[in-house]
Write a protein that binds this ligand. Structure first.
Ligand code: FE2
Length: 248
C-alpha cells in the first residue's frame, strides 16, 4: 500500500517525536503492508510549523531515509508536506517554498476545522488557477463539510481530489466523521485513504485495518484503488481519472 499522509519525519512537527518513534512508525507501516509512505510535515505560510522547502526539511528527510535503511526496514519514503490552506499558499507553491506530494502537481492541503468554508473554496480555486490539483486532506473532519456536504460537489466539480483518514473510517474521530467518511467512499468521492499518522501509539501508520474495512464494507478492488493505485498515480505525477461521484 501507499500512504500519502504521515507525520513521520522526526522532530519537525507534532508527529514523530524522535528518530526512534519515527523508526517504530516505519516498521509498523511495513508490517501492515505499506511499502511507500510520504512524509508530510505540517507546513504553513507563517508560524511555528512553517516548514518551507529548504535545507532543514531535506536534511531531515535524508537522515530519516538513512536511519530506515540502516534499520533494514524496507520502506520507501517520499517527500511532501501537509499545507495549511491560506491565501499565501498559491504564491509559496509557485516559488517552490511549498511542494506537492513527491514534488508532483498534487499538493496535500488542509483547512481549519470550523468556519472556513468560504476561504477554503477561494484558496482551492487559486491553487487550481496556477495549474495544480489540490488533494484536500480529511474533508470529513471539517464541521462545515459535515453540516453541508454539498460543498464537496463544488470542490470535486472544480477538480479537487479528496483524501479521507483511516481513523475516520474506523470511527476514531467520532460518529459524524465516520458516517461521512463511509458515505464519501460509498458515493465515489474519495481519491485516497491515508493514515495521517502522528505516532507509533495513537494515530499510527498501521493501514491494514482500513484495508480490511474497505474490503468488507465495499470490495477488494475499492481497497486497492484507494490505498494503492490512486496514491501511486499521484506520486508518479500522472493524470488521475476518477469516475463521476454520486453527487450530494
Ligand atoms: Fe495531517
Amino acid at each position: 500500500m501507499v500512504d500519502i499522509h504521515a507525520h513521520i519525519l522526526p522532530g519537525i512537527d507534532d508527529g514523530a517525536e524522535d528518530m526512534s518513534s519515527a523508526l517504530e512508525m516505519a516498521a509498523l507501516a511495513v508490517e501492515s503492508g505499506v511499502d511507500i509512505i510520504v512524509a508530510t510535515p505540517h507546513s504553513a505560510a507563517h508560524g511555528r510549523q512553517k516548514n518551507h522547502c529548504g535545507p532543514e526539511l531535506s536534511e531531515a528527510l535524508q537522515s530519516f531515509r538513512a536511519a530506515v535503511n540502516k534499520a533494514r526496514i524496507p520502506l520507501h519514503i517520499c517527500g511532501g508536506m501537509e499545507i495549511f490552506g491560506s491565501f499565501e499558499v498559491p504564491e509559496l507553491l509557485m516559488e517552490g517554498k511549498m511542494q506537492g506530494l513527491n514534488g508532483s502537481r498534487y499538493p496535500l492541503v488542509e483547512f481549519a476545522f470550523t468556519d472556513y468554508a468560504a476561504e477554503a473554496t477561494e484558496i482551492l480555486e487559486e491553487i487550481i488557477a496556477i495549474g495544480l490539483r489540490p488533494v484536500v486532506a480529511h474533508p470529513e473532519r471539517y464541521v462545515y463539510v459535515q453540516e453541508d456536504p454539498t460543498l464537496l460537489n463544488l470542490w470535486v466539480g472544480m477538480g479537487c481530489l479528496l483524501q479521507v483518514n483511516k481513523g475516520s473510517l474506523l470511527g476514531r474521530h467520532g460518529r459524524r466523521e465516520e458516517q461521512l467518511a463511509l458515505a464519501l467512499v460509498e458515493r465515489g468521492f474519495v481519491c485516497a485513504v491515508a493514515s495521517d499518522a502522528h505516532s507509533p501509539v495513537m494515530r499510527t501508520t498501521w493501514l491494514k485495518e482500513a484495508e480490511s474495512l474497505l474490503t468488507e464494507e465495499f470490495s477488494a478492488s475499492t481497497a486497492k484503488r484507494l490505498l494503492t493505485q490512486n496514491p501511486l498515480t499521484l506520486l508518479k505525477n500522472e493524470e488521475i481519472r476518477l469516475r463521476e461521484p454520486d453527487w450530494f
